[in-house]
Design a protein around this ligand. Structure first.
Ligand code: AHR
Length: 703
């Protein structure tokens, strides 16, 4: 949302060594030399609900606006008013107020919102469906989904709550029909009649109905809807209240209320090691009151009110705290939980932002302590018992807890961080805590004391050149920063946001800013990836941001993965692909590499070994990562102190630096594997020659 830490970066940036004008020869020590353990959790995921990444994205719920919780708004500026404010809202009277967005009437039914017949305290607004006395045929409601619905021959689980509006209604209702249908042609893909005993249907409280639909075949596209219908002959002249209409396809690892399977599998494919959640700005809230509150997003969906998200749309919070923890469990990755730290954005963008006063901070610290107990406490504890009552008796383990988000915008973090840190560390001594402001990123130069054993989360949305210029940034960071060896770095958000241009990164949505990650973006980020990999004592964790983008509605570009309701539309970006290569071929130990000819720029490199695979130092797989930022190929010679018999490789390349993957051409730039001819191996097996193509990211695997 905001420009980043450039100030501090300048302090420690180092220029790289002289240009490699001739060849490049690297001496790689496998049998000798000092190795370092690679960072075990280096590549991970950062998720927040932005770009409809959660609602309308990874959260598998297919019904849009299922409980009329709140509307989208557009936040913008006006020429004569300082800051940002709401310039348009779906609900014309109440910004963030309920709407019927996503819903349509079938037949002559009339739809409206009702606030006098709440489904629950959390879900006070319901839909009223009036069926005129002269109605005939099929009447009911239809939901358009999140810009469509993907229909496959698989089981869909539907549910909804309904209550007749009149104490005395015709009571002749014998069945309600649920169906999946084409929006374009009306063709029914699957339908089920739910038997209803009209006379016994309560008029005092809501009745929940469930239904299972199994289409016989896949729909040709995702222009499909979900309908709940009546036969007018049974209900003409009656009205009904309806709420929490839900429809789920099979989910990732079959979790109820879980993740969209295909998207979760795309995430799992890069073999991430952790998940940072729930934000980002979306943790902080546009105000203190609308921050992400864990106690309001756990338990039954009827008890989750949702909240106005930070990214212009209402969040249902169906993907809540427990669902995030279960996501980690199912993907076998570490949760990296960000807790609210008493600092919110200010919707008007007028300083000062919303900071909880020091004397009022204790409830927020208690909230964080209880949040950790909900995840990690035994069932003997108050909050652990609540977790068990929500279906997860076994405790989770959380290794990493981040305190706040981007608090380098605040001038109060220097006192807020220690308050949270000391309280949380006292109860959870084995947790690594992550600060979101370091001295070098402080706007006021006020020191945030980060105790040894903990981390700083730094964010970088930059140009390719920035990442090249800062290749050496981490090499001496611990000394240069003054934090010393005990403090490490989490690069919690980073991406190449714009092309190189005078003046640096282009935050506007003009031509400079990338709509999608390009080849040159991948090269810039991957160079930074090498900088991280070769400093495992400094950089422990990293994650690209933002993670997901619904092509139909988004607030930020570029993004890691883009998608629509149609599972065939998913696009893995160039950024996704280089990180997949680096994550797969990280190795367990770094290898010493010396350049005996040539230097960094335009080629960058790093080497590591999977030593644990064989248990012997010299016999593992050696990974040599090479990046060529130049458009012309470069001759590379690798000299090793062990014999090599085969050289396989994976390459990500494209001759157009501004090319990107897009729908219908989603794998235009994707990793290709190759095997080098044995003629490239010389000097008795100890030398490998390779012509590194222009604009390429390569991992050579030597065995
Ligand atoms: O990734 C998008 C936003 O960028 C995050 O919410 C915020 O932390 C950063 O400013």
């Amino acid at each position: 949302m905001v420009p980043l830490v450039a100030l501090g970066v300048l302090l420690f940036s180092c220029t790289t060594t002289a240009q490699n004008t001739t060849g490049l020869t690297l001496e790689i020590s496998v049998a000798s030399g000092t190795r370092n353990k690679t960072a075990p959790y280096l590549h991970g995921l950062f998720f927040e609900d932005i770009n409809h990444s959660g609602d309308g994205g990874l959260y598998a719920e297919l019904i849009r606006n299922r409980a009329f919780q709140g509307s989208d708004v557009t936040i913008g500026g006006s020429s004569n008013i300082k800051g940002s404010h709401i310039v348009a809202s779906e609900n014309p009277l109440v910004p963030w107020g309920p709407t019927l967005t996503g819903w349509r009437a079938i037949g002559s039914a009339r739809l409206s919102l009702d606030v006098l017949n709440p489904l629950s305290t959390a879900l006070p607004t319901v839909m009223r469906v009036d069926i005129p006395v002269d109605a005939t045929g099929e009447v009911g409601i239809l939901n358009e989904g999140w810009w469509g619905m993907d229909i496959q021959p698989q089981e869909y689980t539907a549910s909804f709550y309904i209550k007749p509006a009149q104490a005395v209604y015709s009571k002749s209702l014998t069945h309600i029909t649920t169906s999946l249908r084409s929006n374009a042609t009306g063709e029914i893909w699957a339908a089920e009649e739910i038997r209803v005993d009209g006379p016994t249907l309560s008029t005092l409280e809501y009745t929940q109905f469930r239904s299972t639909l199994f289409p016989a075949k896949a729909a040709p596209d995702s222009d499909n809807t979900f309908a709940v219908t009546f036969n007018a002959s049974e209900v003409a002249g009656n009205s009904f209240f309806v709420s929490l209409v839900s429809l789920f396809p099979p989910t990732y690892k079959d979790r109820p209320n879980g993740l969209r399977k295909d998207l979760a599998e795309v995430l799992a494919e890069i073999r991430p090691k952790f998940l940072r959640f729930p934000g980002g700005n979306n943790l902080e809230g546009l105000t203190i009151q609308t921050r992400w509150q864990w106690k309001k997003n756990i338990g039954p969906l009827t008890e989750r009110p949702g909240r106005p998200g930070d990214w212009s749309y209402y969040n249902t919070d169906g993907l809540g705290y427990l669902e995030f923890l279960e996501w980690c469990e199912d993907m076998e990755i570490e949760p990296l939980l960000s807790v609210y730290a008493g600092y919110s954005l200010d919707i008007t963008n007028i300083s000062p932002a919303n900071t909880v006063p020091q004397e009022s901070m204790q409830p927020y610290i208690t909230e964080a302590l209880e949040q950790l107990e909900y995840a990690m406490g035994s069932t003997e504890t108050k909050w652990g018992a609540l977790r068990a009552s929500h279906g997860h008796p076994s405790p989770f383990q959380i290794r990493f807890v981040e305190i706040g988000n981007e608090d380098f915008f605040s001038s109060s973090y220097y006192w807020r961080f220690p308050l949270f840190y000391s309280a949380l560390k006292a109860v959870y001594p084995n947790v690594t805590f992550i600060a979101t402001q370091a001295t070098e990123s402080s706007p006021s130069g006020i020191n945030t004391a980060i105790p040894a054993g903990n981390m700083w989360d730094m964010h970088h949305y930059e140009t390719p050149q920035f990442f090249k210029d800062n290749f050496n940034y981490f090499d001496n960071w611990q000394n240069a920063s003054g934090y010393g060896d005990g403090v490490q770095i989490f690069v919690g958000e980073y991406s190449v946001l714009s092309r190189d241009r005078p003046g640096g990164v282009d935050w506007s949505n003009g031509v400079g800013r990338f709509a999608y990650p390009t080849m040159v973006a991948a090269i810039g980020e991957a160079i930074y990836g090498l900088a991280m990999e070769r400093n495992p004592h400094v950089v422990q964790l990293s994650s690209y941001a933002p993670l997901l983008q619904n092509f139909n509605a988004y607030q930020w570009t570029p993004n890691f993965i883009a998608f629509t309701a149609d599972t065939k539309d998913t696009v893995r970006s160039t950024s996704y692909y280089w990180q997949k290569m680096f994550s797969w071929y990280k190795g367990t130990e770094t290898l010493p590499v010396r350049n005996s000819e040539g230097g960094f720029d335009p080629v960058w490199w790093h080497a590591a070994i999977d030593a644990e695979e064989t248990g012997t130092l010299a016999a593992g797989r050696v990974y040599v990562k090479l990046i060529n930022a130049d458009t012309t190929p470069h001759a590379i010679t690798l000299n090793l102190d062990v014999k090599v018999s085969t050289v396989n490789g994976t390459i990500l390349t494209n001759e157009d630096e501004y090319a990107f993957n897009y729908r219908n051409n989603a794998t235009a730039i994707s990793p290709k594997t190759f095997t080098l001819d044995e003629s490239v191996i010389g000097n008795g097996g100890k030398q490998v020659t390779y012509e590194l193509p222009g604009l390429a990211i390569v991992v050579l695997e030597l065995k």
